[in-house]
Design a protein around this ligand. Structure first.
Ligand code: PLP
Length: 388
């Protein structure tokens, strides 16, 4: 009881009380009128969130399941795709695509950096038979934001589908798919959407649908054309994840009530709070320039063990954060600030980072990291995030 537990991980994220209460309801049947009413309302809200006139399809699976559905419904074995690989989740695209029999060209980007449209253009020139480009909007393992809008301006002029994993960006930073020319945008429930894990969401552009309509997916379960037919009837192809859909409808109601612009502005301001606070402590940010708005990755100096730091933060301060992955294991921490997290939660997180860092033998440069961070937060809330 000394500390409230605070979940500052890049998924799962904390749940608003309204969402938890809605999800505690008894079952309703997924083919009956009550459920269809909810689905219809949810569908309108989802289209607004995704920035599309196309249906947004709910799937019962984690984020990786939706990534798999995108690959197997949009491409056939032997076709070539370019995968932007700048971290764990880029790597995952490559594994899913090669596991599905596609020819994978890896466009490697140094961890902590974003791909450039010029790099993509060069890769496409070298591989003119490319059918699709698979990329993360937000690479959660490093905290990098790839420039999806600029990448789409390259692919939309060609017969190349741009498939975007928006699992840690949808509901966190803007990615209006129709306006930008994104061909497939997908996400999972447990990151920006303030829901438990287990629900995937995916939308295809008009030209992506044309492609999908020519393909018989190899797996019976992930059938996007079948899901689309059902969404038109306010249902899903198989038994719906009823509680998650009820929760989604409520969380989207909160998004609409607040307004998407305000939500993005808040996420931007939280990012400024985290980055300013971390820099003021004298620590290094892993993604120097192109950074995502839902988490902040921090590189630790030699001699400070990241795993130990996370343990201290959890035990003494009740703050749960994530560590680095692969070669950054123990060398970095990732502070999540997506979904139902506000400035006070994040201030608690920064304080836990600083104090745990000291316990682990680190040296904090300045003591006014919260004051500076909160000032940056308020300024960012006022000025907004500018053009993307
Ligand atoms: C969390 C995450 C995933 C994985 O989702 P699961 O729900 O664990 O399958 C994939 N891509 C990105 C960018 C993520 O942040």
């Amino acid at each position: 009881m000394l500390n409230k537990p605070r979940l500052l991980t890049p998924g799962p994220t904390p749940l608003p009380e309204q969402v938890r209460l809605v999800m505690a309801q008894d079952m309703i049947h997924h083919r009956k009128a009550d459920f269809k009413r909810i689905m219809e309302e949810t569908q309108q809200r989802l289209r607004h969130l995704f920035g599309t006139v196309q249906p947004v399809l709910p799937l019962s699976c984690s984020g990786t399941g939706v990534m798999t559905a995108a690959v197997t419904n949009l491409f056939v074995p032997g076709e070539k795709v370019i995968v932007v690989d700048g971290g764990k989740f880029g790597e995952r695209w490559a594994k899913i695509a090669s596991g599905s029999g596609l020819t994978v060209v890896t466009l490697s980007v140094e961890w902590g950096h974003a791909v450039t449209p010029e790099q993509l253009q060069a890769a496409l020139a070298e591989h003119p038979d490319t059918r699709g480009v698979l990329v993360q909007n937000s690479e959660t393992s490093t905290g990098v934001l790839h420039p999806v809008r600029a990448l789409a301006s390259v692919t939309r002029a060609l017969d190349v589908l741009l498939v975007v994993d928006g699992i840690s960006s949808v509901g966190i930073s803007p990615c209006p798919m129709d306006e930008w020319g994104v061909d497939c945008l997908l996400t999972g429930s447990q990151k920006g959407l303030m829901l438990p894990p287990g629900l995937g969401l995916i939308a295809l552009s008009e030209r992506a649908w044309k492609r999908a309509e020519t393909i018989t997916p190899p797996c019976f379960y992930f059938n996007l054309a079948g899901e689309r037919e059902n969404v038109r009837k306010n249902q899903t192809l198989f038994t719906s994840p009823v509680s998650l859909i009820l929760g989604l409808n409520e969380s989207l109601r909160m998004f609409m009530e607040t307004g998407l612009e305000t939500v993005y502005r808040k996420q931007w301001a939280l990012t400024m709070l985290a980055r300013t606070g971390i820099r003021r402590m004298g620590l290094d940010l892993l993604a120097p320039d192109h950074f995502t708005w839902g988490l902040t990755s921090v590189r630790l100096p030699d001699g400070v063990d990241g795993a130990r730091l996370l343990e201290v933060a959890a035990e003494r301060f009740g703050v749960f954060m994530a560590g680095g992955q692969d070669h950054l294991k123990g060398r970095a921490i990732r502070i999540g600030h997506m979904g139902w997290v506000d400035w006070a939660d994040l201030a608690a997180g920064l304080h836990a980072v600083a104090e745990s860092f000291r316990v682990c033998g680190g040296y904090i440069g300045a003591r006014d990291y919260l004051e500076q961070g909160l000032q940056a937060y308020h300024e960012a809330l006022d000025t907004g995030y500018g053009a993307l």
